[in-house]
Design a protein around this ligand. Structure first.
Ligand SMILES: [Zn+2]
Ligand SMILES: [Zn+2]
Length: 147
């Protein structure tokens, strides 16, 4: 069994495959220049090369741009046509991709009411992830205990 995600997709160019691999290996979203730095040994010289690959990967739904971070991340591949919701931790920088069918319905009826025709939606929520939130609570609890 050698089937991978990349095999099932329409043919990626070498550059697209390299950019996708860098993003897949990253634990957090990366900016175009961070991607460029990791790919210099593969002959990437200009940010434009990275941007072009990213735009094409985004067009295939393989990566997303996190607008508020100006960074890119791989798609979880589970939300199909539903717009992704990104939960962005301000403490550790962790980003998780979610989607919610009820939210999609609400967004659609909102647009219907205003006659707006949505092209693409990206929802980004900043806050604190479960880990960081729990840590903060624990620390607080310990402080209280020693009082
Ligand atoms: Zn996605
Ligand atoms: Zn966090």
């Amino acid at each position: 069994m050698t089937k991978t995600n990349a095999d099932s997709k329409t043919s990626l160019t070498k550059n697209q495959a390299l950019v996708l691999k860098v993003l897949s290996n990253a634990s957090q979203p990366l900016g175009a220049y961070a991607i460029l730095d990791k790919l210099r040994s593969h002959g990437f010289k200009a940010p434009l090369t990275v941007y072009r690959a990213l735009e094409q990967l985004a067009g295939q739904g393989l990566v997303h741009k996190i607008e508020s971070l100006n960074s890119w991340t791989t798609c979880c591949g589970e939300h199909q046509a539903n717009p992704p919701v990104f939960e962005i931790c301000n403490d550790c920088g962790n980003v998780t991709e979610q989607f919610d069918r009820e939210l999609v319905k609400s967004l659609n009826s909102m647009s219907e009411r205003s006659g707006f025709i949505p092209d693409r939606s990206i929802i980004e929520i900043h806050g604190r992830c479960d880990d960081c939130g729990t840590d903060a609570k624990l620390t607080k609890g310990m402080n209280n205990a020693t009082d």
